[in-house]
Design a protein around this ligand. Structure first.
Ligand SMILES: [Zn+2]
Length: 179
């Protein structure tokens, strides 16, 4: 079985409407949190800015959460703008749902496809692993990875999941010999 890996090359942009210029693209930039204490309650926001006019907005990560509910190392990571925490916060589907944005993955990921398959005997099995939750349409990913047309993909690929429906969970497929 040949391994293929889908991984991000940078953080995705956010499709989020700017209240000033009405454009729909925002970025976390380097990634910054803001933590605000109000008595024993904490608010934590992730700051993003409009790609076009630089207006900053705050995405709610925690709202009026008791200080005691935070692990001290977690709090420290918010204060330090820990890049891993920025990434996992941004990619958490809950944040997107709560703050009403979608992730724009265009140009923010790559496929590392093994090319050894050329020397293998047919049929070839490939396992696709997702290091990051990039939504991809299997038929496009496979066409890109194998350098095949989409028609050829539909003819030569056997797969247990729908090739047309976007997924970001791992799957395997089999490439049958060409004519
Ligand atoms: Zn703007």
């Amino acid at each position: 079985m040949l391994p293929w890996v889908v991984r991000r090359t940078r953080l995705p942009l956010l499709s989020l409407r700017c209240v000033d210029c009405r454009s729909e693209s925002a970025t976390t930039g380097e990634g910054r949190f803001r933590v605000n204490a109000n008595g024993k309650l904490l608010d934590v926001w992730l700051l993003v800015r409009c790609v076009f006019c630089d207006r900053t907005s705050k995405l709610t990560v925690h709202e009026r959460a008791p200080v005691g509910s935070f692990d001290p190392t977690e709090l420290e990571r918010y204060h330090d703008n820990d890049p891993e925490l920025v990434a996992s916060t941004l990619l958490d589907p809950l944040l997107a749902r709560r703050n009403r944005f979608t992730l724009d993955w265009k140009g923010a990921w790559r496929l590392d496809a093994s090319s050894e398959w050329l020397d293998e005997a047919w049929p070839v099995r490939v396992e696709v692993v997702f290091e990051d939750p990039v939504p991809v349409r299997p038929e496009r990913l496979i066409a890109q990875g194998l350098g095949l047309s989409r028609n050829e993909v539909l003819r030569r690929i056997k797969c247990d999941i729908s090739l047309r429906r976007s997924t970001s969970s791992g799957f395997t497929f089999t490439v049958m010999a060409g004519d």
